[in-house]
Write a protein that binds this ligand. Structure first.
Ligand code: NAD
Length: 302
């Protein structure tokens, strides 16, 4: 029997599946870094989502205790010092595919919201305005070109959905060979030909500010930008300037350079539809994440 510490909320069915696997489950969500440092060494495995940060001091202390496994329910591993964990012999797993559809659907929702002014139209109507003139100048997805930056799990789902809307799909991803149903192009070609650009890449030193002033300058006038990937892939100051100049028609943003973004001019901008990093936030995705977390824990300790 292993002792499993649940650090961030996980679906109840998953907790039951882990208990049914013969393990002890302790739920202690919302711990401070100091509490985590004290508690983690007493457990064989930690389960985290994105809130709990598992940094070097926790890993070093926990490795001297019992910790052998960390399971991150979700995709990105930026909240765990994975190199340190590997050096200490602690296995780190995630549930990469479980939330792809949910994130892809949010990216599509952002595209639609941006094209049809859903954010400001909703807000102004609630304030008693009937602003048919301003918000009756929308764009259609049908017949337009969608440029996907990154063509991994989420992006492929977006491509599938976008084709249903009658969009032509092109993508830039140096690590993916040609795809059957989307045209692979270089970044400059994507920037110059897309009516909508959606990012689906990790944030690392190669992708930091992949979209900056120079890249916005190469885009078609009136392009829509969607970022449901990671903050830092788009330079927010450059995006703001491109929104103000009219180069960018509107932007849908789920992820920010700093989260929460605080008093950010991007969040307040009229042409920006914002959501608080909720890409994976559907009941179905949470269930799939939970099932996958339980499967990974149970098979690791089998
Ligand atoms: P994935 O690994 O399946 O796909 C990422 C793709 O990016 C890969 O095909 C890779 O080759 C490509 N890539 C890497 N570096 C690149 C570069 N420099 N230029 C172009 N392409 C590059 O990942 P995924 O599951 O599709 O997730 C994509 C992103 O979405 C990740 O950053 C993930 O953290 C993020 N995400 C966000 C949410 C949310 O709540 N908004 C939820 C889940 C995932």
């Amino acid at each position: 029997m292993a002792r499993i510490l649940i650090c961030d909320p996980v679906d109840d069915a998953a907790l039951k599946a882990i208990r049914d696997g013969g393990h002890e489950v302790v739920e202690k969500t919302g711990m401070s870094p100091e509490e985590l440092l004290e508690t983690a060494p007493q457990f064989d495995a930690l389960v985290v989502r994105s809130a709990t940060k598992v940094r070097k001091p926790v890993l070093e202390k926990a490795a001297r205790g019992n910790l052998k496994l960390i399971v991150r329910g979700g995709v990105g591993l930026d909240n765990i010092d994975t190199d340190v964990a590997a050096g200490l012999g602690i296995t780190v797993n995630n549930t990469p595919a479980a939330s792809s559809v949910a994130v892809a659907e949010l990216a599509m929702a952002q595209m639609l919201a941006c094209s049809r002014f859903l954010g400001p139209a909703n807000l102004t109507m609630k304030n008693g305005e009937w602003n048919k003139k301003s918000y009756g100048k929308g764009k259609e997805l049908f017949g337009s070109t969608l440029g996907l930056i990154g063509f991994g799990r989420i992006s492929c789902e977006v491509a599938r959905m976008a084709r249903g809307f009658g969009m032509k799909v092109i993508f830039f991803d140096p690590y993916i060979d040609d795809a059957e149903d989307a045209q692979k192009v270089d970044l400059d070609t994507l920037l110059g030909n897309s009516d909508f650009i959606s990012l689906h890449i990790p944030h690392n030193k190669d992708t930091h500010y992949l979209l900056d002033s120079a890249q916005f300058g190469m885009m078609k006038d009136g392009v829509v930008i969607v970022n449901c990937a990671r903050g830092g892939t788009v330079n927010e100051a450059a995006l703001l300037a491109a929104l103000d100049s009219g180069k960018v028609f509107a932007a849908g943003v789920d992820v920010f350079e700093e989260e929460p973004p605080g008093d950010s001019p991007l969040v307040k901008h009229q042409k920006v539809v914002v959501t608080p990093h909720i890409g994976a936030g559907t009941a179905a995705a949470k269930k799939r994440v939970g099932t996958e977390v339980a499967r990974k824990i149970n098979s690791f300790f089998e």
